[in-house]
Write a new protein. Structure first.
Length: 81
């Protein structure tokens, strides 16, 4: 009889694991749209980030970033002088 009790423990564990697995894999249709809404949100995020990196119209560049004719003609790594 004691061996049957020890056999009952893994059987109950297997039944419990099966019930939990079926519950965890259930189809959730409670108003969630899943990946579609997440992908739309990510697309909006990427669009906003691309807009923030575009130079604004009418805003001058920071000093020292504009390439002059003198530096444009120089070889890379060689200072004009």
């Amino acid at each position: 009889m004691a061996s049957l009790a020890w056999l009952l423990i893994p059987v109950l564990a297997a039944v419990g694991a099966g019930l939990w697995g079926s519950w965890a894999a259930r189809n959730r249709k409670s108003g969630r749209t899943g990946d579609v809404s997440e992908l739309n949100g990510y697309a909006a995020f990427r669009e906003a980030m691309e807009k923030s990196h575009a130079p604004a119209a009418g805003v001058p560049e920071a000093p020292g970033t504009a390439e002059t004719a003198e530096t444009a003609d120089a070889e890379p790594g060689v200072r004009a002088g």
